[in-house]
Ligand binder design. Structure first.
Ligand SMILES: [Zn+2]
Length: 276
């Protein structure tokens, strides 16, 4: 009898160890697996949406072309696959950046408009943690897959031709941003008259994480008026971009890297789930 108990105890220990590892693998893996109903943790909530975390509800609202429904810990895609929301793994700040699950990326609240907590508190940077698997599934898992979705638009403040994803209508939203920026007072034009790039398939310097420029959903505005934490590692917050410019982007679903502790004031990316 005692041997059986020992064995049971051993199996439970192994399961406790393996389950979080499998969950984190699910998010890191670019392609989510086809759902296997018996293996899912929890069950889809029907009718009672109160158990669905607000982060999942916001994602459902933001990406209706791709997302079907959610339960308390899963996101179900229209192609029949699913992703875990919270992998249950305890992570340090750096580990979250390197291997964010969907819950990690929705955890910090982005505040649109001028009344945000400036300067950002240490490691407060809503949107900077991203679950790569989530974005590559929509915008493309390889350079050529992303490129197949790119269209060239004219960034009207400068006349530059830039490449942007047509997925989720990012191209038309970027055009709306450009049009609205042009309607601002002339004094704001210098910040957006030059762009420092949109699509660029690359990892973030010094990391293993894909930059959102890889997906064609980001734009860097004029670097002559921009500040970036990597240029001055003292971590003293700096910004010269006026809120009038930032608010135009935010109105069309783009968050601003100037609201991050690791600030990047030239950078905007399409993240409507943080603005709805
Ligand atoms: Zn950027």
């Amino acid at each position: 009898m005692r041997e059986i108990y020992k064995r049971k105890y051993f199996v439970i220990l192994i399961l406790l160890f393996i389950t979080p590892l499998m969950a984190s693998f699910e998010c890191r893996n670019a392609e989510s697996r086809a759902p296997d109903k018996d293996k899912q943790i929890g069950s889809p909530v029907k009718g009672d949406t109160s158990k669905i975390p607000s982060g999942l509800k916001r994602l459902l609202n933001a990406y209706p072309d791709f997302l079907e429904r959610a339960d308390e810990n899963h996101l179900y895609w229209k192609d029949g696959t699913s992703m875990i929301y919270d992998d249950g793994v305890q992570k340090t700040f750096e580990e979250k950046l390197d291997n964010a699950d969907i819950e990690d990326m929705m955890f910090q609240e982005y505040t649109p408009g001028p009344d945000w907590d400036e300067p950002p508190a240490e490691n407060f940077e809503p949107g900077r943690m991203r679950c790569d698997a989530f974005f590559s599934k929509m915008y493309g898992t390889t350079k050529s897959e992303v490129q197949a979705n790119l269209v060239t638009i004219t960034w009207s403040p400068s006349g530059d031709r830039v490449q942007v994803s047509s997925v989720n209508g990012v191209d038309s939203k970027m055009k709306e941003v450009a049009k609205e920026l042009l309607s601002l007072e002339d004094k704001y034009l210098k910040y957006v008259k030059k762009t420092a790039g949109t699509f660029n398939y690359r990892k973030i310097a010094g990391t293993n994480r894909m930059s959102t420029h890889s997906y064609g959903i980001s734009i860097d505005i004029n670097t002559a008026y921009s500040d970036y934490w990597q240029w001055d590692k003292s971590m003293t917050y700096k910004n010269r971009i006026p809120m009038a410019v930032v608010e135009v982007f935010e109105r069309h679903g783009f968050i601003w890297g100037g609201k991050w502790y690791h600030y990047d004031t030239m950078h905007f990316e399409y993240r409507p789930e943080l603005l709805n």
